[in-house]
Ligand binder design. Sequence first.
Ligand SMILES: Nc1ncnc2c1ncn2[C@@H]1O[C@H](COP(=O)(O)OP(=O)(O)OP(=O)(O)O)[C@@H](O)[C@H]1O
Length: 279
Amino acid sequence: MKVELDAVSARHPAARPGAARALNALSLQVPAGTAVAVIGPSGAGKTTLLQVLACAMPPAAGALTLDGVAPWQLPRRALQRLRGRLFLAPQVPPLPPRQRVVTAVLAGRLPAMSLWASLRSLFYPSDIPAAHAALDRFDLADKLFERVDRLSGGERQRVGLARSLLAPASLWLIDEPLSALDPLRAQQALDALIDEARTRGVTLVATLHQVDAALAHFPRIVGLRDGAVAFDLPTAEVTPEHLARLYAQHEDELTGAAPAPEPVPAAPPRTAPAVMHCR
Ligand SMILES: Nc1ncnc2c1ncn2[C@@H]1O[C@H](COP(=O)(O)OP(=O)(O)OP(=O)(O)O)[C@@H](O)[C@H]1O
């Protein structure tokens, strides 16, 4: 799916009046079947960008088109159909706690299923081999029949990613896929996502805090700051200077260092307690 944003601005419905826009006249093109990593400091607008692309939030200004179609001008049912071709993986996947992993993964197919088939699949998983194969890409096949609430945070995150492989989508929007993964799992997960997206001709837009991982795996990097594109370059052309400017005043996020501790307010000078006379 081809993605085009032209001077798009967006503001969260819950934002304080007068708060800065989360996206500010942002323009971006992503050709069909390509992969791009979006990096930038906390609050830059990465998640908001994915929400706008997923048609979960309408732009306040500017134009969004997906395969040349303006989603917010479509009739409601056509917009629903289009949303079925988009897959948004939030940072923390919304998995019902008592559900089996196999059911949670197969839920990725729900947009392509009739109401009856989707209800049936809640009780009788329809394609267990497909769920097994998707989990295997994320080294989680042994958890096929485990309950979701018995998984670690990282395992749940990988279940959310495995779900993308079942989704009938041509645009994957993946928000911070590595936030709960150790370095080895993170590398495997990115390899699997990028490889599967390329094989299927799916467009992949992923936000990442791990700049090293973005540079190592993605062919193109978009740096986002204050809701606008700071740079949009082939990975080989991204320099330390680009990164230093992007993360200025947020250097701890670039280096992965723990943020500097909040300054502790100085204790008030100790004085002898004042004698109070009560009458
Ligand atoms: N639920 C919300 N309600 C109101 N304003 C919000 C909300 N979520 C985000 N914002 C505003 O939008 C801005 C961009 O937030 P967004 O979550 O898109 O940034 P981000 O780059 O994904 O940050 P992070 O890396 O910390 O997840 C924030 O600075 C905040 O002002």
